[in-house]
Design a protein around this ligand. Structure first.
Ligand SMILES: Nc1nc2c(ncn2[C@@H]2O[C@H](COP(=O)(O)OP(=O)(O)OP(=O)(O)O)[C@@H](O)[C@H]2O)c(=O)[nH]1
Ligand SMILES: [Mg+2]
Length: 262
């Protein structure tokens, strides 16, 4: 069989599942650390419940994903997960889902592993959202998830440090309301409201325009140039204010980077 015939025959088998995300849909990817409970507790004991070194590895991984060939307008990270919002007009790889999923999981795993000096792998899934309200709801969901996780994690690890077994600590927290969990921490001298906001709300990463000093060799003049730089926000707003923040970010990017579908 000639190579061209063989190529045509075999190509069908690997592309039969290919699908593209329709134009007009917002794309959000969630990239999540694979078996990070083991990685963070046994293989590389990070501080519990929150470790700033682990946080910084995640932030650097988000920045890498926002610069790896897609037009990502917002990155969010909490715990071992990363959410990315693509520009409404994103058209990389003809919006083929397999490209987004495999590239993002691969790039996140490669970056995180090289920073850690050991293997840390991520999976990836996509949400296809038909309107801006659902994008707001998506990020509100992850923002509230961060809040809930932080409360549970602080309670759990405080009890563990007080010699409760895994089972005892889990059981005790399961039966408590939010107010009771706050009270439990208070008994140990911890005011949940005063814990760092990045632990309770997650961390946002987005582009900001900055002025940089440059030099124009043609005119031999010092000039000021506009650059887009990634900004890391450790003080994200919460609840309705967070919805507004996401809505503004989308509007701003749609107005200022209105590149057309190819
Ligand atoms: N010690 C420590 N652990 C962290 C930190 N941030 C996240 N983790 C842990 O990362 C894990 C994330 O949980 P999951 O994604 O639900 O669990 P997983 O083990 O990664 O399992 P899969 O995602 O299903 O593969 C939890 O065990 C968290 O405690 C941190 O700052 N310090
Ligand atoms: Mg995980």
């Amino acid at each position: 069989m000639k190579f061209d015939d063989l190529d045509l025959k075999m190509r069908v088998y690997e592309t039969s599942q290919d699908r593209c995300i329709l134009p007009g849909m917002y794309i959000v990817a969630r990239i999540d650390g694979r078996s990070f409970t083991k990685l963070t507790k046994e293989m590389h004991p990070f501080e519990t419940p929150f470790d700033e070194r682990f946080r910084d590895l995640m932030v650097e991984t988000v920045k890498h994903l926002m610069k790896c060939g897609f037009n990502v307008i917002y990155g969010f990270t909490e715990s071992d997960e990363i959410s990315l919002l693509f520009h409404y007009n994103e058209y990389a790889f003809s919006r083929k889902t397999r490209k987004y999923i495999s590239i993002l999981a691969g790039e996140a795993s490669a970056k995180f592993s090289s920073l850690l000096g050991d293997v840390g792998a991520f999976d990836c899934r996509l949400s296809e959202l038909p309107n801006k309200q659902l994008v707001e709801d998506y990020f509100r969901w992850r923002n509230e998830d961060a809040h809930r996780n932080a409360l549970n994690a602080h309670c759990y690890w405080r009890l563990r440090k007080d010699n409760f077994s895994q089972n005892e600590a889990t059981k005790k927290i399961e039966g408590l309301s939010i107010a009771e969990k706050n009270e439990l921490l208070f008994q140990y001298g911890i005011n949940f409201n005063e814990l760092p906001n990045w632990q309770k709300r997650g961390i946002g990463i987005y582009w900001k325009n900055v002025k940089k000093a440059g030099y124009n060799p043609k005119t031999q003049e010092n000039v000021s140039v506009d650059r887009r730089e990634l900004f890391v926000d450790y003080e994200l707003p919460m609840r309705e204010k967070y919805n507004e923040f996401i809505a503004e970010l989308i509007d701003y990017n749609e107005k200022t980077h209105d590149f057309k579908l190819k």
